[in-house]
Every structure is written in structure tokens, then in C-alpha cells.
Design a protein around this ligand. Structure first.
Ligand code: NDP
Length: 315
């Protein structure tokens, strides 16, 4: 049978390119889990994804109710779940004030981390039941949350601190909107959310890999300087960022190529190792990359897991 893969945020950028690359193989049915149903349908059509190879299902990661509803709808559809790709993200580098999810969490961490955490925890049960030979849960990471890289050292750097803000619910009222309890900074909130994504992948691996056989992995797909992720950035940045990445840092990767990379992490028989953070070198060969000290800190991973369980209502 075909594999079934759920990809969050498949209406643009990396998620769409991955949906396309997997659908084209004829071996996958892609569930595009998107907040804007019409945009996702249009995107699928204009990228030429064949009708029988995808379904759009509504998911708004900035609402825990919506996450639970999505899981319910997916279960009702009666399909097995073989691979889950947590890809969607918001990035608000120029925001002066925090904005919040339906549940009152700062939007970047609330969407990128907490929404995905609840989704992945709930869908783990569905993946356990699948008889697919290589089940995988993939969480898209980033170099920017990784302070052992050049890009990860551009200020403001990711730093979860003692997580007093997260423990307080990131609501900007009786707690800070930032995980470390500091003043709001949109770029840092995004990087912090990506550190949480990478920590969660490893914590899933430690807790569930042996018992379930599921592969848990993360990746840095390269700098896809043309995606919507940078839509909130100032115009000059949006103009200069793609050529800068192409010619100066040489980290630039096209949306197509990034989709093939994530497609490999979903389905390539040689990428089954669990607990790994994949990257690609300039010849597009994959390798196991090292995470920064904070993004591989076992104690922090446990703490993020436990606080997040409380915030999303699992504990
Ligand atoms: P895009 O902005 O193109 O895609 C982000 C996707 O997330 C969109 O489909 C968007 O939906 C969706 N999304 C945003 N908020 C929600 C929500 N509340 N509920 C459901 N979906 C939501 O960016 P990219 O493709 O670049 O980003 C994809 C992933 O790649 C992210 O995890 C990002 O951190 C990561 N990444 C990107 C890099 C880059 O250079 N671009 C580098 C490293 C990592 P909509 O279409 O409705 O806006």
C-alpha cells in the first residue's frame, strides 16, 4: 500500500515542496494539514500535485482546540498514519509587541512548539498502530536555534534560560511572553521555538524509540531564502537575503531542493536512524550534524517536555 504522511504547513515553502516531491513518487498519500484550506488547495493544484495523491485537512496550530479537532477528523477518515512531519512555523522578526495564540501563548512558541507538541503526542498513538515498515516522526529544526553555528550566533541568540516564562504560560500578563522570562523579541522567540523543536525530537526518541520502533528525526534543510517565512521582514532584507545566501554564505537552497531533502528524511531507506539531526553539504549529500549544547541538553529537554505537557493539557 501507499504510505500516508501528514505534513503541517504544506500550503507554501518547504512543506509544499515536500508534499510535491513525495506525491510525485506515487508511493505516498499526503495529508496537507493547513490553516487556510483554499490556499492549500490552490497551492497543490498550481504545483501540479495529482488529485489522488493528496487531501487538504484543516489545522490551525495556534489553537489547541483545532489541533484536537484535526486529530479527531483524521481518525474519522480511517486512514493509517505512517509518517508525521511537523513543518509549519511563524517567524515575526519585526514585531515590537507579542501576539498570542487562542490559548494565550506567545504566537511563535505557541504555534511552532506547543501546537506541534500536542499534535505529535496525540498522533503517536495512531503511528503506533500502523503496520508500515518504516514509521517516522520528523520535526523541522533550524540552524538559527543552534548556537554552535555561524548563523546561530547572529544576535539575538536562542536561550531558554531557566524557562520561567514557559512555566508561567508565556501569556505576557503574569508571566513573560519569552521562555527565558526576558523582554519580548520576535526573532529570539522563533529561535527559542526551534530549540524546543530540536529538544522535543530527542526527547521523543529517548522516551519512545525503543518501545515503538518509530524513527524520530530533525533536520536543517538549508537556507530556503525565498519562502514565505520572511514575509514579515523589512523589504530591504527580503531583497538582499536570497542573493546574500546564494553568493556569500552559499547556504542557499531552492524550495524544490529543500523539498527533496525533507522527502528523503521521510522515505529514504538509508535515513532510518532515530534521534538524529540531518544536514546536507554543498554536494547535497546528507550527514548527521551536531546540535549546540543547549539544543542537545537532556535536562532541558525533560523540563520543556514536562512544562509543555501541562500547558497543552496532557498532564
Ligand atoms: P513558509 O512561511 O513558506 O511556510 C510556513 C507554513 O506554516 C505555511 O504553510 C503556513 O501557512 C504554515 N503555518 C503558519 N502558521 C500556522 C498555523 N497556525 N497553523 C498551521 N499552519 C501554519 O516557511 P518555510 O517553508 O520556510 O518554513 C517551513 C519550515 O522550515 C519551518 O519549520 C521553518 O522553521 C523551517 N526552516 C526554514 C528555513 C528557511 O530558510 N526558509 C531554514 C530552516 C528551517 P500559510 O500558508 O497559511 O501562511
Amino acid at each position: 500500500r501507499k504510505g500516508t504522511v501528514i505534513i503541517t504547513g504544506a500550503s507554501s515553502g518547504l512543506g509544499l515542496a515536500t508534499a510535491k516531491s513525495l506525491a510525485e513518487t506515487g508511493k505516498w498519500h499526503v495529508i496537507m494539514a493547513c490553516r487556510d484550506f483554499l490556499k492549500a488547495e490552490r497551492a497543490a493544484k498550481s504545483s501540479g500535485i495529482a488529485k489522488e495523491n493528496y487531501t487538504v485537512m484543516h489545522l490551525d496550530l495556534s489553537s489547541l482546540d483545532s489541533v484536537r479537532q484535526f486529530v479527531g477528523n483524521f481518525r474519522q477518515s480511517g486512514q493509517p498514519l505512517d509518517v508525521l512531519v511537523c513543518n509549519a512555523a511563524v517567524y515575526l522578526p519585526t514585531a515590537k509587541e507579542p501576539t498570542f495564540t487562542a490559548d494565550g501563548f506567545e504566537l511563535s512558541v505557541g504555534t511552532n512548539h506547543l501546537g506541534h507538541f500536542l499534535l505529535a503526542r496525540l498522533l503517536l498513538d495512531d503511528m503506533k498502530q500502523s503496520d508500515y515498515p518504516s514509521k517516522r516522526l520528523i520535526i523541522v529544526g533550524s540552524i538559527t536555534g543552534n548556537t554552535n553555528t555561524l548563523a546561530g550566533n547572529v544576535p539575538p541568540k536562542a536561550n531558554l534560560g531557566d524557562m520561567r516564562g514557559l512555566a508561567g504560560g508565556l501569556n505576557g500578563l503574569n508571566s513573560s511572553a519569552m521562555i527565558d522570562g526576558g523582554d519580548f523579541d520576535g526573532a529570539k522567540a522563533y529561535k527559542d521555538s526551534k530549540v524546543c523543536n530540536m529538544l522535543m525530537m530527542q526527547e521523543f526518541h529517548r522516551r519512545f524509540h525503543e518501545e515503538t520502533g518509530i524513527t524520530f528525526a530533525s533536520l536543517y534543510p538549508g537556507c530556503i531564502a525565498t519562502t514565505g517565512l520572511f514575509r514579515e521582514h523589512i523589504p530591504l532584507f527580503r531583497l538582499l537575503f536570497p542573493p546574500f545566501q546564494k553568493y556569500i554564505t552559499k547556504g542557499y537552497v531552492s524550495e524544490d531542493e529543500s523539498g527533496k531533502r525533507l522527502g528523503q528524511v521521510v522515505s529514504d531507506p538509508s535515513l532510518t536512524k532515530s534521534g538524529v539531526y540531518w544536514s546536507w553539504n554543498n554536494n547535497s549529500a546528507s550527514f548527521e550534524n551536531q546540535l549546540s549544547e543547549e539544543a542537545s541538553d537532556v535536562t532541558k529537554a525533560q523540563k520543556v517536555w514536562e512544562i509543555s505537557e501541562k500547558l497543552v493539557g496532557l498532564a
